[in-house]
Write a protein that binds this ligand. Structure first.
Ligand code: AMP
Length: 142
C-alpha cells in the first residue's frame, strides 16, 4: 500500500532537495516543484501514509493545523485573491505522489492555474518563493 521510495518519502530522508518552508516534529512543508501558481506549497506528514484513508486521525489533525499555519504565510507572502487547499486520493482523483499531502495553491483573479504536476520550475525561483513564505511566517510568529 505505502511505497517508502515514493518521491516524498525520499524528500523526507533528505535524498532529494526541496525549497523548504516549514518543519516541525509532525510535518514538512516545501514549495511544489511544478507549481500551478506562484506560491504553490505542499505540506506532508513525516509519518508514512498513502493518502487520507490510511492516515491516523492525530496525524491528520497535525497536518491540517500546519496547513493552516503555512497557508497564512503564503497568503501574506503572495497576497493572492484566494487560496485553494487540495488533497487527492488515488490516480483517478489526480494523485501522482503516494504519500499524503495537502496543496496550498494561491489563486489570482484573471489567471488560470497551470497544469497539475507538469513542468519543473527553476529551483532558484522556488528558493526565492520559499524565502518569501519563511519571512512571512517569521513575522507571523508561532
Ligand atoms: P498529487 O498529484 O496531489 O499527488 O501532488 C503531487 C505534487 O507533488 C504535484 O503537485 C507535483 O508538482 C509535486 N512534486 C512532484 N515531485 C516533486 C519534487 N521533487 N519536489 C517538489 N514537488 C514535487
Amino acid at each position: 500500500m505505502y511505497d517508502p521510495n515514493n518521491i516524498f518519502g525520499r524528500i523526507l530522508r533528505g535524498e532529494i532537495p526541496v525549497a523548504k518552508v516549514y518543519e516541525n516534529e509532525h510535518v514538512l512543508s516545501f514549495m511544489d516543484g511544478m507549481p500551478q501558481s506562484d506560491g504553490h506549497t505542499l505540506v506532508i506528514p513525516k509519518v508514512p501514509s498513502r493518502n487520507l484513508f490510511d492516515a491516523q486521525p492525530d496525524v491528520l489533525a497535525e497536518l491540517i493545523k500546519a496547513t493552516q499555519y503555512v497557508a497564512k504565510g503564503v497568503k501574506k507572502a503572495f497576497n493572492p485573491d484566494g487560496i485553494r487547499i487540495a488533497q487527492f486520493n488515488e490516480p483517478a482523483a489526480g494523485q501522482t505522489v503516494f504519500h499524503l499531502h495537502f496543496h496550498i495553491i494561491p489563486c489570482y483573479e484573471g489567471q488560470e492555474l497551470r497544469v497539475h504536476a507538469r513542468g519543473m520550475a527553476d529551483p532558484a525561483l522556488l528558493t526565492a518563493h520559499a524565502t518569501k513564505v519563511v519571512d512571512a511566517l517569521k513575522k507571523q510568529g508561532p
